[in-house]
Write a protein that binds this ligand. Structure first.
Ligand SMILES: Cc1cc2nc3c(=O)[nH]c(=O)nc-3n(C[C@H](O)[C@H](O)[C@H](O)COP(=O)(O)O)c2cc1C
Length: 182
């Protein structure tokens, strides 16, 4: 299946970008085709009515249009969605055809805090519902991620690591079920 991933902050040492790298590798290990968007690929101009989408916005749109499932790996900023990711979502929501309608999305977050970015994912669910995307009920969160992610982005805490695998497998099963039948 074709899976897209977007996320991480814009800082070079982003914990969420590191987690995204691990999740992309896990998906590839499960035989999935992966397109990952992080860092400069998400540094889009601020959305402005009437402005043409940048090449980066068009590339993201094409990838989401082709994807059968999307993983969003989002930092939590003030219990909400970081500006660069919300800006990307806003661009994509203005570009037809909508890549969001009916798209299954797995929400993921990493934070040095004890809640692993879970509060920010509440805001994501409202935004995704507004666009007609299908947010998977379970989510991946990594608390204390500054201490509990290895250099490849794999969670080192055994329960979190097991939960990542279980959630990924459950999400892939949903995506397979939603695929158009030949
Ligand atoms: C503006 C701002 C707001 C933040 N708000 C929260 C927050 O509400 N909850 C939280 O757990 N961490 C918060 N943090 C800390 C981030 O989780 C932390 O910086 C994290 O490393 C960001 O993700 P990254 O490593 O992918 O850049 C905030 C950080 C910034 C810069």
């Amino acid at each position: 299946m074709r899976m897209a991933l977007m996320g991480g902050s814009l800082r070079p040492d982003s914990l969420n970008a590191r987690l995204l790298g691990h999740l992309a590798a896990e998906l590839e290990g499960r035989g999935q085709e992966v397109a990952a968007f992080t860092g400069a690929a998400l540094r889009l101009p601020l959305y402005e009515d009437g402005a043409a989408p940048s090449p980066e916005a068009r590339a993201l749109h094409a990838a989401l249009q082709a994807a059968e499932g999307l993983l969003i790996v989002s930092p939590e900023y003030n219990a909400g969605i970081p500006g660069h990711l919300k800006n990307a979502v806003d661009w994509l929501s203005t570009m037809g055809p909508s890549p969001w309608q009916g798209l299954p999305v797995l929400l993921c977050a990493a934070s040095p805090g004890a809640f692993g970015g879970a509060r920010g994912l509440v805001a994501w669910r409202a935004t995704l519902a507004n666009m007609g995307a299908l947010a998977y009920p379970a989510a991946i969160t990594v608390p204390h991620a500054d201490q509990q992610l290895d250099e490849c982005g794999a969670p080192t805490e055994p329960r979190t690591a097991a939960s990542v695998k279980k959630t990924l497998d459950g999400f892939l099963a949903l995506v397979a079920r939603l695929r158009p039948q030949p």
